[in-house]
Design a protein around this ligand. Structure first.
Ligand SMILES: [Cu+2]
Length: 509
């Protein structure tokens, strides 16, 4: 099915209003429901899942330090709209089909409110998972201004729940950010980029078998998913009418598997001002931005003096990344039309300096963990991925002490890049160094066969998701806290996360 490009306007998710607010707390309720929404004007309306009747969900905007309570409410039907594989962990036939639990990606949050994959709940909290602790989550937002996002995290069906539409933005703001005079108001827009495929009737298409079907299974998880179309904020290939001035965009890769390498066909620079975990020290001007699933880039694009021009945002990331066929990149993301008159003089700036970014000293690390990313084969002959060669159910092995600093060396033995996400904390990317995979597989030792490559300009800031490339050891450093308890770290390719590429970890007092 071929859909026309740039016919629909880019939707901008509404800002969620709190139910009440007093001197101490701000309280929100967020309902998850099933509804129909137009994802492209040439398509019939699509049945999706969303928060508060929106896909993507409404943007939650809070102030740094604001104590926020959110009751996430499951009002979804009993049956899933997408094919469940009952053989993957947590999705067996003995649990309800539709389970949800919400994780705010990037949040520094108490363990009971982090959205642990086994803390799921059903409609009306009738049934809950073994790690369910509370109905109302508490977020202390003790972080600087940052682009976070919330999405579903239920064990074994995260890929399906997010694909159905359960994702939205969560922004923390602060005084420092306001003092910088960045483009704001109508000139600050979040962009959630996702890929989807459709049936002819407009329904979401998600495969119930890999290309080579699995014998003995009616429905099987797929090793990766690549959609045929690109949606931004829930519209296929939209356009945005802009004024000839600077705009700030919070770009999020909200896709299941697909990576994006974004550029503008005008060849102009994109000014990146923030990473996953907030503003950078200095802006960088770059032509291409690579985003793995869950990575964010806070950017400014300057449309000044471009009246009447159309600029296309393009993508050339191979799928799978990085060694897949470049022809599998869906090349078009969206279009900017500099068609609106300038309503006021643009006084916003691209600041020369934003916020301090103190580097964590490697000497402070009390522990260095060597953690592999592995391939494996299940009893049906399906390939699946592991962290540290362990399944989800294996005893916890990552148990950092509260307040301690650790270096994690991610040894990627697979052929793909995996975006590794650690809950609770922000980390810094130290470097990536090529090593001999064959030698490692035979002898279990790291034999480096090239110099260390420093982290990319795009990564000079706090991160919560890092691209661990094949045949490289990726080193990250972080300080664990300020909460103790059980969290997870995992690959953010949702098809991998759902099938064993996720591990619990615990911060101990
Ligand atoms: Cu992965």
């Amino acid at each position: 099915m071929i859909l026309s490009k740039f016919v629909d306007e880019l939707p901008i998710p509404p800002i969620l209003k709190p139910r009440w607010k007093d001197k101490v707390h701000t309280y929100y309720e967020v309902n998850m429901t099933e509804f129909k929404q137009s994802l492209h004007s040439e398509l019939n309306e699509t049945t999706v899942w969303g928060y508060e009747g929106n896909y993507p969900g409404p943007t939650i905007e809070v102030e740094s330090g604001e104590k926020v309570l959110i009751k996430w409410i499951n009002n979804l039907p009993e049956n899933h709209i997408l094919p469940i594989d009952y053989t993957v962990h947590g999705a067996h036939v003995d649990v309800p089909e539709v389970r949800t639990v919400v994780h705010v990606h990037g949040a520094s949050v108490e363990s009971e409110s982090d959205g642990y994959p086994e803390a799921w709940f059903t409609k009306g909290f009738k049934q809950v998972g073994p790690f369910f602790k509370k109905e109302v989550y508490q977020y202390d937002n003790n972080q600087q201004s940052v682009t976070q996002w919330y999405h579903d995290h239920a064990l074994g069906i995260t890929r399906l729940n997010v694909y159905a539409g359960l994702a939205g933005f969560y922004l923390i703001r602060d005084k420092q950010e306001r003092l910088l005079n960045l483009p704001c108001g109508d000139y600050e827009i979040p962009l959630m980029i996702q890929d989807r495929s459709f049936h002819k009737n407009g329904a979401l298409y998600y495969p119930n078998q890999p290309d080579k079907p699995i014998k003995g299974l009616e429905t099987s998880i797929v090793p990766e998913f690549f959609g045929e179309t690109i949606l931004v904020n829930g519209k296929v290939w939209p356009h945005l009418d802009v004024e000839p001035r600077k705009y700030r965009f919070r770009i999020l890769n909200g896709s299941n598997t697909r990576f994006y390498r974004i550029k503008l066909d005008s060849e102009q620079l994109i000014y990146q001002i923030g990473t996953d975990s907030g503003l950078m020290e200095y802006p960088i001007g770059i032509k291409k931005i690579t985003l793995a699933p869950a990575e964010r880039a806070d950017v400014i694009i300057d449309f000044s003096n471009l009246e009447g021009k159309n600029i296309i945002m393009k993508n050339d990331a191979p799928a799978p990344f990085p060694d897949g066929d470049p022809a599998n990149a869906v090349g078009i993301v969206m279009e900017f039309r500099i068609s609106l008159p300038l309503t006021s003089i643009d006084t916003s700036v691209i600041p020369a300096y934003m916020v301090p970014f103190p580097k964590i000293n490697e000497q402070l690390a009390s522990k260095i963990r060597y953690l592999t990313l592995n391939d494996n084969m299940d009893k049906y002959g399906r390939e699946f991925m592991l962290l540290d060669n362990k399944q989800w159910d294996a005893p916890i092995t990552e148990n950092p002490k509260l307040g301690s600093t650790e270096v994690w060396c991610l040894i990627n033995l697979t052929t793909d890049t995996h975006p590794i996400h650690v809950h609770l904390i922000d980390f810094q990317v130290i470097d990536r160094r090529p090593f001999d995979v064959d030698k490692y597989n035979k002898e279990g030792v790291i034999h480096y066969n090239g110099p260390a490559i420093p982290s990319e300009p795009q990564e000079q800031g706090g991160k919560d998701t890092v691209r661990a490339n094949p045949q490289q050891v990726t080193r990250i450093i972080m300080n664990f806290g300020p909460y103790t308890g059980r969290y997870v770290w995992h690959c953010h390719i949702l098809e991998h996360e759902d099938y064993e590429m996720m591990r619990p970890y615990i911060v101990i007092p």
